[in-house]
Design a protein around this ligand. Structure first.
Ligand code: GP9
Ligand code: MN
Length: 631
């Protein structure tokens, strides 16, 4: 290490420090991150460092000092442009740049006219590190003769850079588990891994998708189309179009599993309102209905509902394929004269909703900015469900009719915290605080639904609507098996139990129908789209969908989970084991075999459609394949 002296690398060190400090200041002054604790502040502070060490450190591979300095200056200019680009974008859109947005020119239509308004002279400060580096290069004495950097110095340097990266990722993982695998929110990504790393990650995700897309062609759709056509379930003539023209309200209930319904917790009824609906003459309650989501959780549930296709086995399709062509339920309803909207009081960029909703042809997204959210009316993830529904009812009333509006609740979300005044039942008494609190937040959500139904009646929107409600995904993971076993009065939770616990409630409430009853057919979220559209009299026979109408006599008792598990009326298949549905006993795999293959096939077809963006080759009006050259 004799030849390694500080002064030799002062430009490099100055560059790293200058850009690091500048970025840290920009984070705090130009973006609005909500930082909940000291650790989050610390992560935000250190997160630019790993990337800067790498980016500027590449200069160490150049042989001459001049070339090294050029690299450093060039890098600082480029990074400043990237950071400033994000600042300018954020001023306008309150979001971070993602690659697809750069190619969606419609986003910039509005921006063009207001560039002057959002830029000013002070913005030169965003390039301050470039000036500092230029001054340093000019005034720090040159070492004269060219020298190259020793290999072991370089190695030590990059080991350090890697260590910083892992420290950053490790801390981020503790703050936000599964941040990278689930990639839920740009803001969270930037907050945890930094803008520069975020862009690399974004480029990686987007280029992977576009490579698969480029290699795909329309002929791949033929096989899928044949399968879809062969598996269609004939519509139920009595139900088809029976409620044509009604408003459609779909409520996606956060983390609601079926096991809390028609059940009590230490003598307290957990869902009194939903339980009353089960016996209501205007409600179809599906008692054997399952979520089919993967890592994309809430967004997967939305995706499945809209498209009757699966999410992906890795990441969230809302992020990875938001630029695809779809034939969503909102698009179809839009074409049939419906005004379509989503109401959800969260940042619009969460789950990339702002981008994805454009592809799903959702006409309006009432995000957090449409709600009055303050300290009093929020808890946990944000606006409480009761004020959410109250405010949403006002928004609903202003919409043109008929409308299709989807609402997404938030209070019953992990870690299931509530303000004292909203706790309507006590906690449960197990070793899992999560499960203990879950009953309370579910109870609160149940109350919120009751309030919402009242609001609908008051606003005169009730009689002319269909209200569909379903749980988006599980709320209690397998980490709480011991507590679950205690609650359910079992010795242990087996893979068979876990599969059945993926059951979520589905209610189709149709005021005035009079024909409501409990339906125990096995079904899943994939079936929602055809079921709903048929009630409204909209044909889906040409649609590339994998679900089937739950009211059809031909609907099969078979639901496939994203990871290949499945449930039928006779079997449960989990962890490569076939169980008898009724008893939970292991049975010969032969019984499950035909379903295993079909489950794999359906998952594979769904992935093919999404990864290849195959619906761009399909005309859903006629059911014909378009020639490959189009689009
Ligand atoms: C956030 C909400 C929660 O907007 O939908 O998402 P989840 O963590 O349940 O997937
Ligand atoms: Mn959710």
């Amino acid at each position: 290490m004799k030849s390694w002296k500080w002064p030799k690398h002062s430009i490099l060190i100055i560059a790293i420090l200058a850009t690091w400090i500048k970025t840290a200041i920009v984070y705090r002054t130009s973006f609005e991150f909500d930082l909940e604790n000291g650790m989050q502040k610390f992560i935000l502070f250190i997160n630019p460092l790993s990337f800067l060490l790498f980016a500027y450190g590449l200069s160490l591979f150049f042989k001459t000092e001049k070339a090294r300095n050029r690299w450093i200056i060039g890098t600082s200019i480029l990074l400043s442009i990237v950071l400033f680009g994000n600042v300018a974008f954020y001023r306008f859109f309150n979001d971070f740049i993602t690659l697809p947005v750069l190619f969606q020119t419609s986003n910039f239509g509005e921006l063009g006219t207001s560039v002057a308004e959002i830029l000013n002279l002070k913005d030169l400060l965003y390039f301050i590190d470039v000036f500092i580096i230029l001054i340093a290069v000019k005034y720090i004495p040159k070492l004269g003769s060219s020298y190259s950097v020793r290999k072991n110095v370089r190695r030590a340097y990059f080991v350090l850079a890697l260590a910083v990266l892992f420290l950053n990722l490790g801390l981020a993982e503790t703050e936000r588990p599964q941040l990278l695998t689930r990639s839920f929110d740009r803001e969270l990504l930037v907050k945890n891994i930094g803008t520069y790393n975020y862009h690399l990650y974004d480029i990686y995700i987007q280029s992977k998708s576009s490579a698969q897309r480029a290699l795909a062609d329309g002929s791949e759709l033929v096989e899928v189309d044949n399968y879809v056509q062969a598996n269609q379930a004939a519509v139920n003539e009595d139900m088809f179009g029976k409620y044509k023209g009604r408003n459609l309200i779909v409520i996606q209930l956060e983390s609601l599993q079926n096991f809390v319904l028609q059940n009590d917790m230490n003598g307290y009824e957990v869902t009194p309102f939903l339980n009353s609906l089960i016996h209501d003459k205007d409600t179809y309650y599906f008692s054997n209905f399952y979520h089919q989501t993967g890592l994309g959780k809430t967004s997967d549930a939305e995706f499945i509902l809209e498209n009757s296709l699966f999410g992906l086995d890795r990441g969230a399709v809302f992020f990875t394929h938001s630029g695809n062509t779809f034939n969503s339920m909102s698009e179809k309803l839009g074409k049939n004269g419906y005004y379509t909207s989503v109401m959800h009081a969260n940042n619009k960029s969460f789950w990339n909703r702002d981008m994805m909703y454009q592809s799903l042809k959702m006409q309006k997204f009432y995000d957090i900015t449409y709600y009055d959210v303050n300290d009093e009316n929020s808890v946990n993830w944000g606006l409480k469900d009761i004020p959410f529904f109250e405010q949403s009812a006002d928004l609903l009333a202003e919409q043109p009719q008929p409308f299709y509006t989807r609402m997404i609740t938030l209070t019953n979300h992990f870690p299931f915290t509530l303000d004292e005044e909203d706790k309507m039942i006590p906690e449960y008494n197990s070793n899992s605080g999560t499960l203990n609190r879950y009953f309370q937040t579910v109870r609160y959500m149940d109350e919120a639904l009751k309030v919402f139904f009242e609001e609908l009646k008051e606003k005169g929107l009730y009689d002319n609507s269909i209200i569909v409600m379903y749980g988006d995904h599980y709320g209690i993971s397998e980490n709480h098996n011991k507590a679950m076993a205690q609650y359910l009065g079992k010795d242990e939770i087996t893979p068979y139990d876990t599969a059945l616990l993926q059951s979520v409630p589905l209610f189709i409430h149709i005021p005035g129908s009079g024909d409501g009853h409990v339906i125990d057919k096995v079904g899943g979220q994939m079936d929602l789209r055809p079921t709903i559209l048929h009630l409204l009299g909209i044909d889906t026979s040409n649609d590339m969908q994998l679900g089937a109408d739950l009211f059809s006599d031909e609907h099969e008792d078979f639901v496939i989970f994203r990871d290949g598990r499945f449930v039928t009326d006779k079997y449960v298949y989990a962890e490569e084991t076939c169980y008898d549905r009724a008893t939970g006993e292991e049975v010969d795999i032969q019984g499950c075999k035909p379903y295993i293959e079909r489950a794999q096939k359906e998952l594979e077809y769904s992935d093919k459609i999404i990864n290849g963006d195959l619906l761009r080759f399909y005309d859903e009006e006629t059911g014909n394949l378009l020639s490959d050259a189009v689009k």
